[in-house]
Design a protein around this ligand. Structure first.
Ligand code: FES
Length: 285
């Protein structure tokens, strides 16, 4: 099932232009960004011409560079900022908003598993544990051979097919352990239906960047207190998220006096509405 979905979704992958950029694989210093930018400039200008506002071309332009360079480099962001008349900060804040963009070199297969509520309720936790065990890496990490990168992401908007994930941004639905086993095996033998991503630089073990790295050095936000890794906040790797879920389920949550007061008030209001509706003959409608 996964393979059929993947095959259907990836017919356009592996175009010759993208393959041409793999010549510098594994050698970051040799990568000729100026050459790439010169080659892609006409496509970028065509993108800009499609929109009323030049800035609307930013996302497709970043996808284009990622397709050819394997990630969205600082060079690519600077190029886009110049061409679109935007500040580098605007470009970077846009790119960093999406899990669709990778701001550092990543593995040839980017595995992004959904950890949203519907996927959690349908077995995402077991799915994530399986990936971690099979790959020997955690959230935001890349295997030493540069083949796999792994990330736990928020809702992928395919909740009706949970648990789900994206492989190189292509969707896979209704994941099962057997599908995952088969998928990883085919990726290792280079025969998987989804084409590997272009890799123009060797990925580091972790691809946490900027703000993430800063947070890891201290100054955790309240939601990530006691999390071993703030990048894992809310996911299976985040003990505080799982513990909080357990506490809700077992009704072991210590409400503050203020929140308790509000709950009582809300409950009273509901009771009054029900009573009023009963008196007006609306009960049961
Ligand atoms: S919760 Fe996983 S797709 Fe929505």
């Amino acid at each position: 099932m996964a393979l059929r979905q993947a095959q259907g979704d990836t017919a356009a992958q592996g175009d010759t232009a993208a393959q041409g950029d793999t010549a510098a694989q594994g050698d970051a210093a040799a990568f000729d960004f100026a050459g790439l930018a010169a080659r892609l400039r006409p496509q970028c200008e065509a993108l800009v011409a499609q929109y009323e506002q030049p800035r609307s071309a930013l996302l497709p332009m970043m996808h284009l560079f990622q397709e050819h360079q394997g990630y969205v480099s600082q060079d690519a962001m600077r190029f886009a900022a110049d061409l679109l008349g935007l500040s580098p900060a605007v470009v970077e804040s846009t790119v960093s908003f999406y899990t669709l963009f990778f701001r550092k070199p990543v593995g040839k297969y980017m595995l992004q598993v959904c950890r949203g509520l519907m996927c959690e309720l349908n077995g995402a936790e077991a799915t994530m544990a399986l990936f971690r065990e099979k790959l020997g890496i955690g959230h935001l990490e890349t295997t030493d051979d540069g083949l796999f990168s792994y990330e736990e992401v928020e809702c992928l908007a395919a909740c009706d097919k949970a648990p789900c994930m994206q492989v190189n941004l292509e969707f896979l639905y209704n994941l099962t352990p057997a599908m995952i086993d088969e998928m990883l095996e085919l990726m290792r033998t280079g025969t998987y239906a989804i084409a590997p991503m272009v890799q123009t630089a060797k990925p580091e073990r972790t691809w946490k960047v900027g703000q993430d790295a800063q947070v890891a050095l201290g100054g955790k936000s309240p939601g990530t207190l006691n999390a071993t890794d703030p990048n894992n906040a809310g996911g299976v790797g985040d003990a505080s998220g799982v513990i909080m879920l357990d506490r809700f389920v077992s009704k072991d949550v210590a409400f503050t006096a203020r929140s308790r007061e509000r709950l009582v008030r809300d409950a009273r209001a509901v009771a009054e509405i029900v009573e009023e509706e009963g008196a007006n003959g609306h009960a049961g409608h």
